[in-house]
Design a protein around this ligand. Structure first.
Ligand code: SF4
Length: 338
């Protein structure tokens, strides 16, 4: 098993994991809350290092990232475990502890994953996704560092619940983040995710200030986080603290895992779309297929449609190779071309 980083030993043989704000105290032969880190004889080990539960070549739009190498493919890697316990998790079969014992996985070395990413045609890099990648921090870093050296892009799809020091090191190798902002009240985070809002907001600000590419996903769940006032506060915060050019993906809830509510009404989705567009330049609806245009990218300067999307098909309509609007040269997305 691979030694973990970010822990300190206690005199009684327990360890304190300092990777995420839970700061789990883990006794010998026990796992932390995430199910991915285990105490063996007073040392902390990364229990899921090299264990891959999902490995697919996905459109980058599926992460979702709409302003980072649009139209490219990205090798997407998942392992198992999570430091949140959302009852509405869409990937509970690989994220939640009860699944971990019986879950099949494939052993892969970082070298094998980087080599595969290099060989895939049209591939822009590697995405750490499907389950929460920060709980397999060491494996992610061991892939991301050589991947970056080879010119591949690194993308993390995360809940953003990580301590500042490990985040600081991630920022050196991860080029783009999609952070799931699950709600905008402390109560929602505490009751519905088993975590805290404050560290997530702080980390969003750190990522934006550092200048790494950032997009945000927000799942709207009827009756749980669909309060208009709270949503309005959230988009205002994003605009004021992170900037109005941070793309926001508003995603429609469907029943999953332990939560069996009706899907989010389409009226709510369109209403939130309009609220968000008052403050943010780029707003998209996810899991909504009945209205054209809610996935397209418009130039905030001259107004023309720059990127058209249908499903995961992406058409660069009025875009230059350097990511600028072909009409007014406003920067729309990041690409390899400067
Ligand atoms: S990463 Fe896992 S073990 Fe470490 S503090 Fe967070 S939940 Fe606990």
């Amino acid at each position: 098993m691979h030694t973990a980083e970010y822990f300190r030993k206690k005199p009684d043989g327990a360890v304190v994991c300092t990777l995420c704000p839970h700061q789990c105290i883990i006794k010998p032969d026990q796992y932390g809350t995430c199910g991915a880190r285990v105490n063996h004889a007073g040392e902390l080990f990364a229990a899921t290092w090299g264990k891959v539960t999902a490995l697919h070549n996905d459109p980058i739009e599926k992460k979702p990232l709409y302003h980072f190498h649009p139209g490219s493919m990205i090798l997407s890697v998942g392992s198992f475990g999570c430091n949140m316990n959302c009852s509405f998790c869409q990937n509970h079969h690989i994220s939640q502890p009860e699944a971990l014992e019986k879950l099949p996985y494939k052993s892969c070395s970082p070298h094998e994953i980087v080599e595969l990413a290099e060989q895939l045609p049209g591939n822009s890099g590697i995405s750490y996704t499907y389950n929460e990648p920060s709980v397999w921090y060491e494996f992610m870093m061991d892939i991301a560092i050589p991947a970056k050296e080879k010119g591949l892009k690194n993308v993390a799809v995360s809940n953003g619940f990580i301590n500042p020091e490990p985040l600081g090191r991630l920022l050196e190798v991860i080029d783009a983040f999609n952070i799931d902002l699950k709600g905008f009240t402390s109560e929602f985070y505490k009751e519905r995710t088993g975590s805290e809002l404050k560290p997530v907001l702080k980390n969003l600000k750190t990522i934006a200030d550092r200048g790494n590419h950032l997009e945000i996903t927000h799942l709207v769940i009827p009756g749980l986080n669909d309060n208009r006032e709270s949503f309005w506060e959230m988009v205002k915060w994003i605009s004021n603290e992170l900037g109005r050019f941070v793309p926001l993906h508003i995603s429609r809830y469907f029943p999953n895992y332990k939560l069996a509510l009706e899907p989010t009404p389409l009226d709510t989705m369109y209403n939130f779309y309009e609220i968000a567009r008052e403050h943010l330049a780029w707003v998209y609806l996810g899991n909504v297929h009945s209205q054209a245009g809610v996935s397209d990218t418009h130039c905030p300067h001259c107004g023309i449609t720059v990127i058209e999307r249908g499903g995961y098909a992406t058409g660069l309509k009025n875009a230059r190779a350097d990511g600028k609007c072909s009409k007014c040269k406003f920067q729309i997305f990041k690409t390899h071309t400067p």
